[in-house]
Design a protein around this ligand. Structure first.
Ligand SMILES: Nc1ncnc2c1ncn2[C@@H]1O[C@H](COP(=O)(O)OP(=O)(O)O)[C@@H](O)[C@H]1O
Ligand SMILES: [Mg+2]
Length: 330
């Protein structure tokens, strides 16, 4: 059980200094990922999910960001590594898939050239052998289910549909067989029917290639289907984490419970109104002194307004709440 984590994020703080304000996009996050596991990260828009992933990739511009804490990848702190070494890790050891594939593909090159380029950058043999890099690109396009891959490799991104482009992004991300794949809402921009196919593909490939997967999503259905473990983020912090089975069976943080209530139930009555959590994520540059969820919490008490709840261990999970919901006692 005590396997060494592949990735260990320790007390990560990514703060943006904007004029006189400090936007605490990520504020003391701890997340650990085991080799080969699928971890889901959930939370409403603006909770710091993308900034967390981008911090791991060292893609957050500094300044305006100030990043503190540790991001240990196989024991080495990514935040302390020289730029060159970070570039070696990025794409080869850790890859990321973004929400909108068009913004991360270069319109001026064919998709085959772009995948081959990733291969060349990270593989000294392929650097000299253009043919081998191209062959690898075609192989990857086949692997992600693009028909007539050898032909389609010569297409430019705009000649492909959104779903096909996302497959290309996956091919590019996995071309060097990374140990960790960060998928940031990889299907949000796609049609519903295509979404399921792309998620299936990511799941299948991650399993086959034994790639650990951090799947950022706001879709709890996707979490239930894809992940073993989950982290719930709220206002730049982790508020609950545990196995998907445990958290779904019994959410302990009122925020998690609120998210769960907002999933439409199949057996629900037709006209039943979807439960949404009232209010919005607070301004991350003016967080209240206590719990960030106070203004929206149905169970709020005095202590919540005064003291910030730290993440603490319950028997089957961790939760940052002074009064976790009944069912699991500390
Ligand atoms: N470059 C930036 N400068 C200032 N604030 C930023 C920057 N990037 C992100 N943020 C802020 O960080 C917060 C978290 O954003 P993000 O991680 O994208 O949320 P999520 O992915 O959970 O929807 C947001 O309030 C966002 O406005
Ligand atoms: Mg995001």
């Amino acid at each position: 059980m005590t396997q060494k984590p592949l990735l260990e994020i320790k007390n990560l703080q990514t703060h943006f200094h904007v004029g006189k304000r400090i936007v605490k996009a990520v504020d003391g996050v701890n997340i650990s990922v085991q080799p080969g596991e699928t971890l889901a990260v959930v939370g409403e828009s603006g909770c710091g999910k993308s900034v967390t992933a981008m911090s791991v990739m060292r893609l957050v511009p500094e300044p305006p960001a100030h990043i503190r804490g540790q991001i240990l990848f196989e024991g080495r702190d990514i935040l302390q590594l020289p730029v060159q070494e970070v570039q070696n890790i990025r794409g080869k050891e850790i890859s990321m898939i973004f929400q909108e594939p068009m913004t991360s593909l270069n319109p001026a090159y064919t998709v085959g050239e772009q995948i081959a380029e990733v291969v060349r950058v990270h593989n000294s043999a392929a650097r000299k052998d253009k043919k081998a890099a191209w062959a690898r690109a075609v192989e990857m396009l086949e692997l992600v289910g693009i028909p007539a891959a050898a032909q389609r490799a010569k297409d430019y991104p705009h000649q492909m549909s959104g779903g096909m482009r996302q497959r290309v992004m996956i091919a590019m991300a996995l071309a060097c067989n990374p140990k960790l794949l960060l998928a940031d809402e990889p299907t949000t921009a796609l049609d519903v029917t295509i979404q399921a196919q792309i998620l299936d593909l990511i799941r299948k490939l991650a399993q086959e290639l034994n790639t650990a997967l951090v799947l950022i999503t706001h879709d709890l259905g996707v979490v239930a289907e894809m992940a073993q473990n989950m982290v719930v983020m709220y206002a730049g912090r982790v508020v609950e984490q545990g196995t998907v089975a445990d958290v779904f069976a019994h959410p302990c943080h009122p925020y998690t419970a609120g998210l769960m209530d907002s999933i439409p139930k199949l057996d629900g009555q037709k006209k039943q109104k979807l439960h949404t959590i009232e209010g919005a994520v607070p301004d991350l540059s003016q967080l209240p002194p206590g719990c960030s969820f106070v203004d929206r919490c149905e169970c709020v008490r005095e202590k919540c307004r005064q003291e910030r709840p730290e993440l603490r261990a319950l028997p089957d999970r961790q939760v940052a709440c002074h009064y976790p919901l009944e069912g699991v006692e500390a």
